[in-house]
Write a protein that binds this ligand. Sequence first.
Ligand code: KDG
Ligand code: MG
Length: 407
Amino acid sequence: MTTIRSAEVLVSSPSRNFVTLRITSEDGVVGLGDATLNGRELAVASYLRDHVTPLLIGLDAHRIEDTWQFLYRSAYWRRGPVTMSAIAAVDMALWDIKARRAGMPLYQLLGGASRAGVLVYAHASGGDLAQLGDSVRARLAEGYKAVRLQVAVPGMGSVYGVGATVAGRYAYEPAKRAGLTVEEGWDSARYLRHLPGVFEWARAEFGPDPMLLHDAHHRLTPIQAARLGRDLEPYDLFWLEDCTPAENQEALRLVRQHTVTPLAIGEVMNSIHDFRTLIQEQLIDYVRASVTHTGGITGLRRIFDFAALHQVKSGSHGPTDISPVGMAAALHLDLAIHNFGIQEYMAHDALAAEVFRTSYTYADGMMHPGNAPGLGVDYDDEAASRFPYEAAYLPAARLVDGTVHDW
Ligand code: KDG
Ligand code: MG
C-alpha cells in the first residue's frame, strides 16, 4: 500500500484556463490529472478542493478502480460534467503515479501499443473559400492526413469554430477573456445550402486523398442533419460531427435512416449511459468523448470497450481546452486500445508549453505519447504563477428572430 499524502488543485491560465490536480504519494511520487471544463473551470476546482481532495488523503494510491467507484457512487449525485471531470482528474493522476512507480509509459500498463502511432486530425477554417484553401494547404504542408473544415456562411456573422485568421484556429481560442458571453447569429437554412458546395470545392481542390471532417456543433434538427449527411455523401467525409444535439439518443435513428456519412458524437457527454443507445444500435461510428470529461482513463476506456462490441471506434476530443495532461492521457489510451479511430489535435501555444512540459510528439500526421514514465507531463509551478486565472466565457448563438439556439 502506498498512501496518498497530498492532493492540490492548481489553476493557471497560460493563454487559456486550465485546472490541474496534483496528487503526491507518501513516497513522493507525483501524478497529474486534467480537470478543465471550458468556461466553468472554477466549479470543478471547487468540487475537487472542497469535496474530493479531503477524501483522498490516506487512501491507497494504487486502488484506481476502487477510488473511481468510491467517488462515483458515494457522492450519491451521479454523472454530470463537473463531477465526471473531477473524477477524471483523480483517475489520471493515480494512473500517472502507478506508471511512474512502474517506470513505464502509461500505455504499457493499458496493455501495450496496438499501433505504431496515433492518427490525428487538425483544424482548418476561413472566412471564405480562399482563406479556407490557404488554411487547408498549411495543414497538409505540416503533414496532416486528416483535416476538419469549418467556413463562414455568407450572410451570417462570425461563427464559432471559424478562425479569425488563415492560421485556422478558433476565434475563441483563447476564449474571450475577461468579458461576458459573446452572442452570434445562426441560420440553419443558409448553412445547409452553403456547406455541400464547400466540400465539392474541397474535393476538386485537394483531391480524394485527404481525410476531411466537419463539425456541425449540435445546431441542426434530426431531419436537417439527415439532409446534410445525405448531401455530403459524394464528398466522402471521414465524419460529420455533432450533427444534432444527442441528449435524445433516439433522434439519431432518423439521421441514420437517411445517410451513410459516418457520424461522430459525444464531446459534451460524460457517462457511458449517454452513449448506450447510440452504441448498441450502431447509430454512430465514432465516440467523440474526452478523457477529461468522462471520468478519466477508467471511464473512457469502459465506453471504448463497450463501443468495440458494436464496431464503433474512438475519436477522442482534443481541442486546446483539454490541457496537455488530458491530451497525454488520451494519447496513451489511443495507442493501447484496439478500436482506435482518430484523435483530434489542436496544438497548445507556447505559453502553455511553459507550464506543461510534455513528452508527446507529432510527425507526419501522427502522434506518439512518448516513453517517459507515467503520462509524460510535468507541471512548472514557477511558470504557472505568472499566469493567474482569468474569467472567460464561451459564446452563445441566437436565431435571426432572437431565439437562443445551440452553438
Ligand atoms: O469547450 C468547447 C470546445 O471544446 C468545443 O467547442 C470544441 O467542438 C469542438 C471540437 O470539436 O473540438
Ligand atoms: Mg466538436
